[in-house]
Design a protein around this ligand. Structure first.
Ligand code: PSU
Ligand code: MN
Length: 299
């Protein structure tokens, strides 16, 4: 039921490094055409790092692992691409529709294909106000059970970062921060929360993956790779913007799966595109680290 490109299939069979990439970030996380340019650049960075990129999405109801330039263009520009988390997979497949996969759905499809390393921008998590809304991303439940390492720049403070870290702890998910003592908050290197565990570089990170999975502990690993200092938007600067975006979502009555895409687009608007530039920079940095990690883990 899952279609792999020949390139991705043979790389997995030969035990060569492969990096999975998500598609919600393309269809619902960034505006066209910079989303498509980002997707292409990220694939090129993974290749330059010595790994095979495998962007994952549902096209015409078929889960696909490894996409063409035209596929990326479609995902970035087609008006009817569903946002697909794990619960949406059966429906979008049965209906023969196009779907962009979230972190949760991408992890699941990557694991089914035998891919262990996955690169994204930001993770979903526990939303602010979750005590009454119950809005907790399925990314967290997926991390609890699916054995894939997820490289991100941490979580945005559109979420409750403290409760997200608590939930990951409860679920037995190691949270590693690469090269820093503080957990990063996507646009910013700081979050106010210390790194639950610090690693320095891909080799140390790969050793943690081996230790976890060789021990027979199922589930994912979060690797937070802080945005480069030159690209960051300081936390105090972005926090007012995030508060404004959250207020706009509240006023517009946005709930459920539309919440995260709405907030991301609102933040781009409120920062005149500065947040988009930071977002693209951090995804590229994550891609370079993810490729190095796949090489270190496979080699
Ligand atoms: N956070 C970001 N950028 C993103 C997402 C989250 O900073 O693009 C996307 C990812 O695909 C993630 C999804 O898996 O949003 C989470 O959506 P939800 O909160 O509805 O679970
Ligand atoms: Mn949600």
């Amino acid at each position: 039921m899952i279609q792999l490109t020949d390139e991705v299939r043979t790389a997995i069979e030969d035990g060569r490094p492969v990096v999975a990439l998500e598609s919600t970030i393309i269809s619902h996380g960034m505006p066209y055409p910079r989303n498509v340019a980002m997707a292409r650049e990220v694939e090129a960075i993974v290749r330059a790092g010595g790994a095979v990129p495998a962007t994952i999405a549902i096209l015409d109801g078929v889960p696909r692992i490894g996409l063409s330039e035209n596929d990326l263009e479609l995902l970035g520009s087609h008006p009817e691409v569903a946002k697909v988390s794990v619960r949406d997979l059966p429906y979008v497949i049965a209906q023969g529709r196009h779907g962009a996969t979230t972190v949760a759905a991408t992890m699941r499809l990557a694991a089914l294909a035998g891919i262990s390393v996955f690169v994204t921008g930001g993770l979903g998590g526990v939303h602010r106000g979750a005590a009454t809304s119950f809005d907790i991303s399925a990314d967290l439940t997926e991390l609890a059970q699916t054995s894939v390492a997820v490289v991100s720049a941490g979580v945005k403070s559109i979420l409750d970062i403290g409760l997200t870290l608590e939930t990951l702890e409860t679920y037995g998910v190691p949270v590693l921060v690469n090269g820093a003592d503080e957990f990063p908050s996507f646009y910013s290197r700081s979050s106010g929360f210390p790194a639950p565990m610090r690693v320095d570089g891909a080799t140390e990170t790969a050793a943690v993956l081996r230790a976890k999975w060789d021990l027979g502990l199922p589930g994912g690993v979060v690797i937070a790779n802080p945005i480069d200092a030159a690209d960051e938007i300081p936390a105090e600067q972005i926090s007012t913007i995030i508060d404004q975006a959250l207020q706009a979502a509240d006023e517009a009555g946005v709930v459920g799966k539309d919440t995260t895409p709405f907030l991301l687009a609102k933040i781009v608007e409120l920062t005149d595109g500065a947040s988009l530039t930071a977002n693209i920079a951090l995804v590229k940095s994550n891609a370079a680290f993810g490729a190095a990690l796949a090489v270190a883990y496979t080699g």
